[in-house]
Unconditional design. Sequence first.
Length: 193
Amino acid sequence: MAELPRSEFILGGQRSGKSRRAELLARDWLAQSAQHRALLIATAQPWDDEMRERIKRHQQDRAQRVPGMTTVEEPLHLAQAITQHSTAQTLLVVDCLTLWLTNLLMPAENSEPNQAPALSAPAQAAMLLVAIEAAPGPLVLVGNEIGLGVIPLGRETRAFVDALGRLNQDVAQACQRVTLMAAGLPLTLKGAA
């Protein structure tokens, strides 16, 4: 595994190996020192049976691959979670930015009104960029690249794809390394491999 930069953004399609790469980076970080910690900030929300099963499967897989990594669930207030948990000895893995943006822009029908963030999605994204820059410890962010296909039908879907594209560009600019995953293989887009 390559040397860990202060911040890495891992992009790719579904089942491209994004989360696995982030977990391997966390495993390697933990192996370097007994003082190192690794924490996953999970953004998914279990709104239906399929998502609950998917989350459970991810938790089981992660427990096998990186038994020393703990998890905090934060579907909305990501910048605050990074600020709260980042230390020089703690690697944070955020999985994933796409679900976080979905939670901000398209809250589930059965979500509680008091769960909504007080700030708009662009304001939350701006706070995220500040948190990335200010994090004292290593940070690995995972997100989906969904802009490679056809232009989606529906105004709301197009607006989401546009917002995710802007977020991905901004996060890529803020991170020291950007890695694109395809078929489980990393391609370094920015920074040393």
